[in-house]
Write a protein that binds this ligand. Structure first.
Ligand code: NAP
Length: 328
């Protein structure tokens, strides 16, 4: 079927101009060209009459949003692989197909995870802060001592697409890998599958890569942190609420564990003030997928999904709820 100029698509945030140009060739585009999210009332206003939406993790896609989209809204392409911001069951009831952006961001997110691990155990941000604060220093055999990754055990919670990439990179750094998944051993994964309890008690670095859902919210709380070794660290590039942030502050402050590195936060963009005070905590502002080529590839996947439903009237390959596809 050929493109129809009347098919309006709302893009809820500024994205790469190259992707906008490609979208523009197919749709009547309504781009919120800003680094700031749309206010909730604006979001609901602007979805009215749109056939498709390219949405961000910070947009809450719930029943009220879907009602505002009404019968015109047929597809929502979420510019992320995680979809904890979306009520997928409600979307299915409203016959709105939801698509996400798997695989294309796994490598970039895994690289950021390894960057955070190294930054934490080798104290890179701490060293940077010392120099920027003009603190007097001189090389010394006993100063700024960290730990290496080689010979340590990495415990991956959620050996999926990103977890597997993290494992592959960690092996290159000389680590042993163990993992805990909800559904047990992963076929063809050459690493030891363990329970979460065993992982926490064994790993030198615990790295979280499970999705955020009702089961994983606060999966890591005070009890789980207490099970970790006192010289172990935890890294979270999954979603903030998987860790109980207040419990984490206490655990690092009281040296229950040796440190934490976080790319995601419980109440983004807010960061728990206790985390900001701790030297053995490394923080980045949710930039796991943040390479130019990855963000472009995510945009391409969103374009594919929007085109599939609105123009070709077929189910996109990354549909999370194919049952929502309406008959042509
Ligand atoms: P994925 O391929 O679906 O992998 C998730 C893995 O977690 C699966 O292997 C799943 O296996 C496992 N899992 C589910 N529930 C679990 C539980 N309760 N305990 C332990 N394991 C569990 O997803 P992905 O593409 O790797 O992405 C993972 C997450 O990374 C996304 O959901 C997103 O939130 C986050 N992410 C963050 C960034 C960033 O910028 N920081 C970028 C991309 C993605 P079973 O269900 O078989 O257990």
């Amino acid at each position: 079927m050929s493109p129809s100029a009347g098919d309006r698509v709302l893009v809820t945030r500024r994205i790469a101009s190259s992707v906008v140009a490609k979208l523009d060739a197919y749709f009547d585009l309504d781009v919120h060209d800003s680094e700031e999210p749309l206010r909730r009332d604006e979001l609901l206003d602007r979805v009215a009459g749109a056939a498709g939406v390219l949405s961000m993790v910070s947009d809450r896609i719930d029943d009220a949003f879907l009602r505002a989209g009404d019968k015109d809204l047929r597809v929502l392409a979420n510019y992320a692989v995680g979809f904890d911001n979306i009520d997928v069951a409600a979307a299915s009831r409203h016959r709105v197909v939801i698509a996400n952006t798997p695989n294309v961001l796994s490598q970039a997110t895994a690289e950021l995870t390894l960057s955070l691990m190294l930054a934490l155990v080798r104290r890179v941000p701490e060293g940077d802060r010392i120099l920027r604060s003009a603190t007097p220093w001189i090389w010394s055999p006993t100063w700024m001592i960290g730990r290496g990754l080689a010979g340590g055990t990495l415990g991956i919670v959620g050996l999926g697409r990103i977890g597997k990439e993290v494992a592959r990179l960690a092996i290159a750094f000389g680590m042993d890998v163990i993992y805990a998944n909800r559904s047990g051993a992963v076929a063809d994964a050459p690493y030891r599958s363990v329970t979460l309890e065993e992982l926490l008690a064994t790993a030198d670095v615990v790295s979280l890569h499970c999705p955020l859902n009702d089961e994983t919210r606060h999966l890591i709380g005070a009890d789980e942190l207490a099970r970790m070794k006192p010289d172990a660290v935890i890294v979270n590039t999954a979603r903030g609420p998987v860790i109980d942030e207040a419990a984490l502050v206490v655990a690092v402050r009281d040296r229950v564990i040796a440190g934490a590195a976080l790319d995601v936060f419980e109440r983004e963009p807010e960061v728990h003030s206790g985390l900001l005070e701790l030297d053995s905590v490394v923080l980045t502002p949710h930039m796991g997928s943040g390479t130019a080529e990855t963000r472009e590839a995510m945009g391409e996947l969103c374009l594919d999904a929007l085109k599939a439903v609105i123009i070709d009237e077929r189910c996109p390959r990354n549909a999370l709820n194919p049952e929502a596809m309406r008959a042509p």
